[in-house]
Design a protein around this ligand. Structure first.
Ligand code: GLC
Ligand code: GLC
Length: 811
């Protein structure tokens, strides 16, 4: 069953039934200031860090689901409803939620009154705007009462939930005119406050949640709203909120527009007060003034729309299948921006207090983002590298606010360092900017230990070389990409975290996934060294890579596929000899993409084994057979019920590795089939099974061993976004930046006649037409650039500003 539809020309997903199988959300804001909103107005707002600077409160895992948000209530002569349906759930005559590029529009209509709420964060602004249009669509005059509502979070979202003995006494507000200021802890160590303003005189307000709502009521029955009487309450401790009250009359056909602004202000330490206990409001008033008319709001919405038009014009495809086009041109790129911004911190599955920016996650997210805003990608790469240790290892996570490594989580995930080579080389290929390599970058944020960024890459590469096990394969450490393959953990204590608990840290457990990763990104490192004239370094690195290839062939091949690992005792994992977990996806993906044993047919064989053992109706599962008991020597992977998460779930992040490996051996039909299986635009019709948003990838879809195969969880923040974007654009459609130009080497289903691909690259626009008259999957027979033939498949970089016609004939 469907709950809405795509509107591609508006770049929106339009939800027309509020009872989606799970809250379907959107993200507002692109830099510094962010907000999450569900299709029924649930969600919250934060500045930079969802843990340390949360403006509004949200309760995860609550009953009912998704309670708390930016609400508006209408009391139309005793009939109370919300434009976004929740919290009252009063049936609406019509409802829609349009999720667009960094904005959402809610429209509800009931008994001749239409309310439209447009919610967005203007570019480069630390404020969220909620524009409300109220229109009398009936033939009679309308008189009704209107309330806004948000609940403040006392800044630190974790402390806010826990430290109640303190927090119930600290809340402070100020109300001036139509603005409610939230100033908890401002008088001591915080130099920031928040406000909620509306651009018209109000007839009442509330700032104490329980006086407004009634202590025993939920958000669906606030006393003030149902009685049509604000309390004009002033919060002292307990739970501060912000609610504005209006009495409104509309003639038939008349419309009234109100603009609400939820803002965040940082003030200079020495300039915090206007007078004793009265906060300095000057910067707040300036911020409000930017959005105090409907015209100003329209202008900001236009800027936001232009911003996205420009971003999305970098890559645009026309394949003849609207599902592919909307994925590539709109939603996949949008999700890549969101994962770049959030890493794994804040979604409806990530609470914003658990995980900051992941070292491996953020590096991988860059491969789907670098073409959008290369300058921001560059800054991110430097931030990540700054948390690296001197031996090349890395903090697993860092906090976005402080940009410092997270001690509580620590390091020793031995795949982490190698991802830095991927992100940096992708950045240079996209931008042509080699200067990043000379940038002086600290270790563990200590500037006195800075070296060039190139040296960081060298240490990343050498970290693997310096940490090899008995078979000459990379030691796994706490885990590799698979956080749940904890081969040194041996945990029997339920209160321990598998990832962070004290490990035995033996030097025996080895990872074939890291081996493949080392060969793949080691080769990238070698290519980079040659590119910048470091030929000796390239030769040294080549020896290490060759040794790894030899080690994989000697100790990493199981006969029909690549092994997954050697455990603490030196026993095989992912072998036909095992009872469960005979074959795993990650090592097939990475050894496959690295082309290890390509000539001998190992990659082909491994891919056939994936098809035979791991593929299912909804995607490729992680391992088979699923684990049915706890293997203490394997760790968390064997704790999940069969078919979920890292235990034989379809962990979408790794499916593109197989797609890419398939393109290496030229099987475009299989590569595309795998892509389409997990791509949300192809799953819209099974939304009630799939459950989460049909416009973004989810981290996991339940696998064939699960209770409900095909049911997805953990949408939005997943490496799936960036990897699938790479798989479809760079390997299947085959347009990939390289140091000297733009490579065009598609690997598509044989049945396709071709496609068109527009790519902006280093300032030039390439209009590429690919024709496939002989119905092959792979092979470029001819390539012309502005009519002139080029040998090979790399279009040499063209002058910035030029528009280039590229004709490719496959065969
Ligand atoms: C999660 C983590 C990612 C990890 C993956 C597999 O998505 O964010 O770092 O690689 O799980 O365990
Ligand atoms: C859990 C999750 C895994 C995630 C990890 C992050 O193990 O299953 O997906 O990567 O936590 O800490």
């Amino acid at each position: 069953m469907k709950f809405g539809h795509y509107d591609d020309s508006a770049r929106e997903y339009v939800i027309t039934n509020p009872r989606t199988p799970y809250p379907w959300i959107n993200y507002l804001g692109n830099e510094d200031f962010f907000s999450l909103t569900s299709n029924t107005s649930g969600g919250y707002t934060f500045y930079k860090d969802a843990k340390f600077r949360r403006l509004t409160r949200y309760r995860y895992n609550n009953v009912p689901v998704d309670n708390g948000g930016k609400y508006f209530y209408i009391n139309d002569n005793g009939d109370v409803w919300n434009p976004g349906w929740k919290p009252t759930q009063t049936p609406l005559d019509s409802y829609s939620c349009r999720h667009g590029m960094s904005y959402s529009v809610f429209t509800g209509e009931r008994n001749g009154l239409r309310a439209e709420v447009t919610q967005f964060i203007p570019l480069k602004t630390w404020a969220e705007v909620l524009r409300v249009k109220l229109k009398n669509t009936s033939n009679a005059p309308k008189k009704f009462k209107f309330f806004s509502f948000i609940e403040w979070c006392l800044w630190n979202a974790e402390d806010d939930m826990q430290n109640l003995q303190r927090n119930f006494s600290t809340g402070e507000v100020e109300v001036v005119g139509s603005t409610i200021y939230h100033k908890t802890e401002f008088k001591e160590r915080r130099n920031h406050y928040a406000f909620y303003n509306v651009n018209a005189p109000i007839q009442g307000f509330d700032t104490d949640r329980d006086q407004w709502k009634g202590l025993y009521n939920n958000f669906d029955r606030p006393d003030a709203v149902f009685e049509g009487k604000p309390r004009n309450s002033e919060a002292h401790g307990w739970s501060p909120c912000a609610s504005h009250y209006f009495e409104i009359e509309l003639a038939p056909g008349e419309e009234k527009v109100l603009v609400f602004t939820l803002g965040y202000i940082e003030v200079d330490k020495d300039n915090k007060w206007e007078s004793k206990s009265i906060i300095n409001k000057k910067p707040a008033l300036e911020l409000m003034a930017r959005f105090d008319t409907n015209e100003k709001v329209d202008a900001e919405l236009k800027k936001l729309s232009d911003y996205w038009s420009n971003l999305l014009s970098t890559i645009e495809v026309k394949t003849g299948d609207e599902r592919i086009d909307r994925s590539v041109n709109i939603w996949n790129q949008y999700q890549c921006m969101v994962t770049f911004n959030m890493s794994r911190s804040a979604s409806f599955f990530e609470t914003g207090i658990g995980r900051g920016m992941g070292f491996r996650d953020s590096n991988q997210d860059l491969i789907g983002f670098v073409h959008q805003v290369p300058e921001r990608a560059r800054e991110r790469i430097i931030d990540i590298a700054s948390t690296q240790f001197e031996d090349g290892s890395a903090y697993h996570q860092y906090q976005p606010l402080t940009k410092r490594g997270n001690h509580a989580v620590g390091g020793n995930f031995n795949d982490d360092p190698l991802w830095l080579i991927l992100s940096t080389t992708d950045y240079i290929k996209e931008s042509g900017d080699y200067s990043i390599l000379d940038e002086m970058v600290p270790y563990d944020n200590d500037a006195s230990k800075a070296t060039s960024h190139f040296e960081h890459l060298r240490r990343s590469f050498m970290h693997t070389v310096n940490n090899l096990g008995p078979h000459g394969l990379p030691l796994i450490g706490r885990a590799d990409w698979n956080d749940c393959l904890n081969l040194n953990c041996f945990s029997s204590e339920p209160n321990e975290s598998f990832q962070t608990t004290n490990n035995q840290m033996g030097r025996t457990a080895e990872s074939l996934m890291i081996a493949g990763q080392f060969v793949l990104y080691g080769n990238e490192y070698i290519k980079l060294c040659k590119q910048i004239g470091k030929h000796e370094e390239a030769a040294v690195a080549q020896t290490h890579v060759d040794n790894m290839v030899a080690a994989v062939k000697a100790h990493g091949w199981d006969g029909e596929w690549f092994l997954r690992a050697y455990d603490f005792y030196g026993k095989k994992i992912g072998s036909n000899e095992n009872e469960e977990g005979k074959i795993f996806i990650e090592s097939q993906g990475f050894c496959g993409m690295a082309g290890i044993g390509l000539e001998e047919g190992l990659v082909k064989k491994a891919m056939d084994s994936v098809k035979e053992h791991l593929d299912c109706e909804y995607g490729i599962v992680l391992n088979q057979p699923a684990f049915t008991k706890y293997y203490i020597e394997y760790g968390e992977i064997s704790t999940y019920p069969a078919g979920y998460k890292e235990n034989a779930g379809i962990f979408c992040h790794n499916n593109p590795w197989i797609m890419i490996a398939e393109t290496l051996i030229g099987d475009g039909d299989r590569a595309f089939d795998y892509w389409a299986k997990i791509t949300p635009a192809f799953l819209q019709d099974i939304s009630d099974l799939h459950k989460v948003e049909p416009y973004v990838y989810a981290q996991m879809i339940a696998g064939k061993d699960a209770y409900k195969p095909g049911e997805a969880k953990n949408s939005w923040l997943t490496g799936t976004a960036a990897w699938n974007f790479a798989a479809i654009t760079q390997y299947i459609l085959g347009v990939k930046p390289d140091y000297t130009g733009l490579a065009v080497n598609p690997c598509i289903p044989k049945a396709w006649d071709g496609f068109a691909f527009t790519r902006k690259f280093r300032g030039a626009t390439y209009n590429i037409t690919v024709k496939n008259p002989n119905h092959v999957s792979k092979g470029v027979k001819s390539l012309t650039v502005n009519g002139a033939a080029v040998t090979g498949f790399v279009i040499p970089t063209q002058a910035a500003g030029s528009v280039v016609d590229v004709q490719v004939v496959m065969g």
